[in-house]
Ligand binder design. Sequence first.
Ligand code: FES
Ligand SMILES: [Fe+2]
Length: 341
Amino acid sequence: MTAEVLTPASREAPTNLQVTWEPELRRYWYAVARADAVRGPIHRRLLGTDLVLWSPVAGEYAAAEDRCPHRDARLSDGWLDDCSLVCPYHGWEFDGGGQATRIPQLPADAAIPPRAELTTYPVVERYGWLWTCLSDDPVAPVPALAELDDPKWRVIHEPESEWDCSAASLVDNNNDAAHIAFVHRGTFGSPARPDVPVADVTRTGFGITVRIEIPVTSRPGTVEETKRYVYNDVHAPFLMVIRIAYSDGVNHIMLKSCTPADDNSTRQLQVVFRDDSEADVPAAEIAAFDARVWEEDKSVLERALPRYSLDLTTNVHLKIDRPSIEYRRLLADVISGRFPE
Ligand code: FES
Ligand SMILES: [Fe+2]
């Protein structure tokens, strides 16, 4: 039997995905922080790059490499003074465009050295998140999800969370119905139901769509058996729009970004959209349910081998692992520049 190895032509095997190494991954937009977390400078890491995010003026945001050009101090340890970002080491001040505007050690009328500027990145605010891209040649804009603007949804912003696993493993986990019976036996799964159907998976212009129906033992606010009709759009490389319809007609959408901080470190951002009311199921109950579910997933993902192999011969795959196989194929195409076509 000939093994199928998803090795990009330009690289040699083995092919464990190393997000910090792959130049093509820098060409995507990533959600890096909840907008309401940013006023003074904060630190985020994206694809191995340290970033400082700040808001020079209310409602406006900036991002730059988290390094002062003077002596490499971390600007995220600094502060805002009026509209300026102040370096904590010698007090140099920078505007929202990353230009030094004041160097306290120079006379007021002295010229600012032209290289006294930050390496900045663009910032877009959407869905309550700040997004950035490390390349000036992005593959595609921030996904436009017009359906989420519909006023029928109530919007629940959940806390950001840090995961000691790869972004690919976290996406993979969200498309893996077979783990629910075991990992989530304390919340919505039951070991008595290990059988799951094979999902439909289709390649799209933005990534893949995974469709599956899963019986579950509970959901936020209830403990009765129900069925989840799941329709997950995976936008390459690590963003998901997970649409869940329940048997009784309630719709629950999770917008989930698995933002790669490093090869084995991921920041998850999640917003929930629901078409029921606070009186039906309080937002706090939904967030608490999800927090329990995430702890269950972490207990496995953070203990697994820190690798995500794009070589399909590395792991044993079953028919029900189709979403995982197609996702690995997608990522292999992304990092080799074959996606989008
Ligand atoms: S290191 Fe930033 S002002 Fe000196
Ligand atoms: Fe899970």
